[in-house]
Design a protein around this ligand. Structure first.
Ligand code: PAF
Length: 326
């Protein structure tokens, strides 16, 4: 009957409008990191957002979650695997727990300077490691940067490994780092970053180690008096995606994510370089005593066993390839 036809037409009209609406509704991409909105990771997150929204002409919108509001780095990586977060900017700190091949990058004194580290991460070997993420329910989008890590503490000036004896140092949840600090004679305490400020404030730990970028972005001078520029390990960062979102995208859409991640990494590296130039003065202005002229040879020697433990577990091939590329 006519009435029925009108009803069917009306229902299908509503359905078509719904599909059309759905096709145009932007997909929200939730991006998480552990640092403040003034950090180098936020500079990278802003570049990711700007690039993805521009390339996709608004098909994707990016919402940035800062300061560990989605959890610590280990939790966020788990979130990527189960699809509760879409993109994460993280150090490699907890990554080895998921992708053991990445541990090689966490070896102390592996790289001498930024150029060397960036060159390895931008090489074929870096691409290969990014692809490895795919075997562990993660999508490696780009190598970004955290920076060379230095030691801070509330107790005393540290110039030699002997000065670090017995110091309770928070490390990342990373087996290679924990071993290196144990070898130095310190007492490593692995802990997620969002818990760290309070732990330093309450004296649960005496010190921590992070790049200038992080020490600046977290106002660590409020709880740490001494900084030693040990540069004991280069800390890469990585832009990771969730396979739950990315596996369902077209090649073109995935390409936008890759480009956005590359822009993010580039912007972050520039900010790291700027803070390497300007950050130490800022920390001194805020009352930190900074030890700059450190003889790193005894530190290098102290952490040598970390290399032996690493190679006995994972072999020498990866390490040799990194050293050849550097
Ligand atoms: O110390 C850490 O856990 C990391 O360096 C940090 C600060 C979360 C940045 O990736």
């Amino acid at each position: 009957t006519l009435k029925r036809h009108v009803l069917v037409a009306a229902i299908s009209g509503i359905a078509t409008a719904g599909i059309a609406l759905q096709a145009h509704a932007a997909t929200e991409v939730n991006l998480g990191h552990t640092l403040s909105s003034t950090s180098h990771y936020s500079v990278g997150a802003d570049a990711f957002k700007e690039t993805l929204e521009r390339l996709s002409d608004g098909e994707f919108t990016v919402t940035e979650h800062t300061s560990g509001s989605l959890g610590g780095e280990r939790e966020m990586i788990e979130g990527l695997q189960i699809g509760t977060v879409d993109v994460v900017i993280t150090s490699t700190g907890p990554l080895g727990n998921f992708v053991p091949e990445s541990y090689v990058l966490d070896l102390p004194f592996l790289f001498e300077n930024y150029d060397q580290a960036r060159c390895v991460l931008d090489s074929e070997l870096g691409d290969e490691l990014l692809e490895k993420m795919g075997e562990h329910d993660l999508v490696g989008l780009a190598w970004s940067e955290n920076g060379f890590r230095h030691l801070t503490n509330s107790q005393r000036e540290i110039a030699t490994p002997a000065d670090a004896e017995g110091l309770r140092v928070r490390t990342m949840e990373n087996a290679v780092h924990q071993e290196a600090f144990r070898q130095m004679g310190a007492r490593p305490t692995p802990m997620a970053f969002p818990e760290l400020f309070t732990a330093l404030q309450q004296g649960t730990v005496d010190g921590q180690e992070n790049p200038i970028t992080v020490i600046v972005a977290t106002n660590f001078w409020e709880v740490q008096d001494y900084l030693s520029l040990t540069g004991h390990v280069y800390s890469p960062a990585i832009v990771l995606g969730s396979p739950i979102l990315l596996d369902g995208l077209s090649d073109e859409e995935r390409g936008w994510f890759m480009e956005a991640a590359a822009a993010s990494a580039q912007a972050t590296r520039e900010e790291v370089s700027r803070l390497e130039r300007e950050g130490v003065a800022l920390l001194e202005e805020n009352g930190m005593t900074v030890k700059t002229d450190i003889d790193i040879a005894p530190f290098q020697e102290a952490v040598q066993p970390a290399y032996e433990i690493f190679t006995s577990e994972y072999g020498t091939e990866m390490l040799e390839r990194v050293q050849e590329t550097a």
